[in-house]
Write a protein of this length. Structure first.
Length: 94
């Protein structure tokens, strides 16, 4: 009346460990992107206050940062199998 399980099924496969490593690296990048968000927000606020218009370079970069954050969340929560930057190219802002 024993359980007929293969002992090798207990341990995650190598690909799962690699994906877990990728997720941890991406989570560090996600934390870094939060710091970038704070810095760019302050710069953008100052730009609007003193120049009466947003900084166009920050405005253009924001689209790709939003796409990266979305793909990072999707990958870390196993919704998407494609890892984001730095394991693939940086997303286009268009």
């Amino acid at each position: 009346m024993g359980i007929d399980k293969n002992p090798n099924d207990y341990y995650p496969t190598r690909s799962k460990w690699v994906r877990a490593f990728y997720a941890i690296v991406i989570l560090f990048g996600y934390g870094f992107s939060e710091a970038i968000l704070w810095i760019l927000t302050v710069i953008q606020i100052l730009s609007v206050v003193f120049r009466a218009e947003p900084n166009k370079y920050i405005y253009e970069f924001s689209s790709s940062l939003v796409k990266w954050n979305s793909s990072a969340i999707s990958f870390c929560l196993w919704k998407d199998d494609r890892p984001p930057f730095p394991f693939s190219s940086w997303p286009d802002g268009n």
